[in-house]
Design a protein around this ligand. Structure first.
Ligand SMILES: Cc1cc2nc3c(=O)[nH]c(=O)nc-3n(C[C@H](O)[C@H](O)[C@H](O)COP(=O)(O)OP(=O)(O)OC[C@H]3O[C@@H](n4cnc5c(N)ncnc54)[C@H](O)[C@@H]3O)c2cc1C
Length: 438
């Protein structure tokens, strides 16, 4: 049954999390205006792996079948689990992660994921070329005004910021005085993770034309070396391979290295640079042959939200997704956490007992529930990266990594296997105990 629209909602950012949120609200008949800075919904990253937690959300909001047109759910079609190997010994698995049951996942092209979600969002409520710089609030009416780079403004009762790691709206969560935000505000609350990622896609056709034996790349492989690892998995029904090749420095804490202000966070680099970054003896000829197929690789300097935010909510503005908790991608869980955020927000805002009078309490409970969970997964993603780069607590031998993988299994289960309505149940319990809900 459609929920009565009791307040107007603005979503800033139409990426993975903003569109999941819009689709979740739409399922309940709630309209939200989506303000996207780009000229269309698009994703420049290549592939995305999402766990059962995110797949269950997609089922709940009615988007699962649309997404599944492009990919395979390993809970339904048995595929080999994530296979960890040393980069110079691809045929000697160190460990194969379980991907059955609720440890399952699906890998998809980001562009396809967005295409699937866009079909659930009302085009009349989407606005492109709208870079939101800051939000002001009328203390009497509580109306929120979004200020865009093009000089225009828009009003809403509630603002949900899903505008990624570079979110300027995060300032509001950190600054005591909201006036600290404004047209010249720079994104705050994030730090360089000491990790870069070379990302791109290789078509099966190109790999074969360049003489690569592609038979081994039809499963998710994690190729490990000292201070580096490469993740390869098939996407688009196996017609392409997604490659993310990481170089990290775990000797320094996150936030201790500042990138020069002139450093773009993403730059195109030559294939030679990529191949040279993964040399022998750690990475054998099969790895280098595959990397050599990547045309126009992009090098990302990965920023994360750091230190952890004290809250995801200020008044009637809430953060979700990377804006709230951008993390290292080493558990493949960043988008999944944002999708969980989006689901809890959509269920709470659509709840019959949520009103304009209690919506701030509702948003606060959203923050109280989502913050500890997503920040724990943020921390586990760092730990996971340490293991892949040879800095796990049991060392970098095959046996040491096998031991560490027991922890990774548990962390992955924590990230992926969360039943979809746990957060909603907890939130309703808290709202009742606070007297906000009957
Ligand atoms: C190398 C790498 C690999 C990864 N792999 C995985 C993986 O396998 N699985 C996984 O779960 N996660 C993965 N992640 C993390 C995942 O990409 C993010 O968690 C996810 O994309 C976050 O989605 P989002 O919607 O919050 O932000 P984004 O995807 O960044 O979307 C933000 C949107 O907001 C728009 N925007 C930005 N600023 C403004 C503004 N001021 N006003 C209006 N619009 C704005 C942007 O144009 C964009 O459309 C990976 C990350 C990296 C770096």
């Amino acid at each position: 049954m459609a929920t009565q629209q009791k307040f107007s909602i603005a979503i800033v950012g139409g990426g993975v999390c903003g569109l999941t949120l819009a689709a979740g609200l739409q399922k309940h008949g709630l309209k939200a205006h989506v303000y996207e800075s780009a000229s269309k919904f698009s994703e420049i990253g290549a592939g995305l792996g999402i766990g059962a937690n995110a797949l269950n959300v997609l089922s709940e909001i009615g988007a699962y079948d649309e997404v599944m047109k492009y990919t395979v759910d390993t809970r339904k079609a048995k595929l080999p689990g994530f296979t960890f190997v040393f980069g110079d010994a691809l045929h000697d698995p160190i460990y194969i992660l379980d991907n059955e049951g609720e440890k399952g996942s699906a890998a998809i092209l980001r562009s396809q994921f967005l295409d699937a979600l866009v079909s659930f969002v009302d085009p009349a409520y989407t606005h492109f070329n709208k870079r939101c710089l800051y939000v002001t609030s009328n203390p009497e009416t509580k109306e929120q005004t979004l200020h865009f780079k093009d000089g225009t403004t828009a009003e809403a009762d509630i603002v949900l910021a899903a505008n990624g790691v570079n979110s300027t709206l995060r300032d509001m969560m950190i600054a005591d005085d909201a006036k600290a935000t404004g047209p010249n505000a720079q994104p705050k609350g994030m730090a360089y993770s000491n990790c870069v990622s070379y990302r791109g896609l290789v078509t099966q056709e190109r790999a074969q034309a360049l003489g690569v034996d592609t038979s081994m790349w039809h499963r998710t492989m994690i190729l490990m070396g000292k201070d580096k690892h490469v993740v390869v998995y098939p996407v688009n029904q196996g017609k392409m391979f997604n490659i993310a090749a990481f170089v990290g420095d775990y000797s320094k804490p996150i936030g201790s290295v500042e990138l020069p202000p002139s450093q773009p966070l993403m730059e195109q680099v030559a294939t030679d640079e990529l191949v040279a970054a993964f040399p022998a003896p750690d990475f054998g000829p099969e790895v280098q042959a595959l990397l050599r197929c990547m045309e126009n690789p992009k090098k990302w300097y990965i920023n994360v939200v750091w230190p952890h935010l004290p809250t995801f909510v200020k008044g009637r503005v809430a953060l979700l997704g990377d804006a709230a908790h951008a993390m290292l991608p080493h558990l493949g869980a960043g988008a999944g956490q944002g999708i969980e955020d989006a689901y809890l927000l959509s269920e709470l805002l659509a709840h019959p007992q949520t009103t304009a009078a209690n919506v701030e309490d509702v948003l606060q409970v959203y923050s109280d529930i989502r913050r500890p969970r997503s920040q724990r997964i943020q921390d586990l993603s760092v730990q996971s990266g340490r293991i892949s780069h040879g800095y796990g607590q049991y060392g970098s031998t095959k046996e040491g990594i096998q031991q560490a993988m027991q922890d990774v299994e548990t962390w992955r289960e924590d990230a992926y296997s969360r039943p979809v309505n746990v957060d909603v149940g907890q939130a309703l319990g808290i709202l009742k105990s606070k007297g906000a809900f009957a």
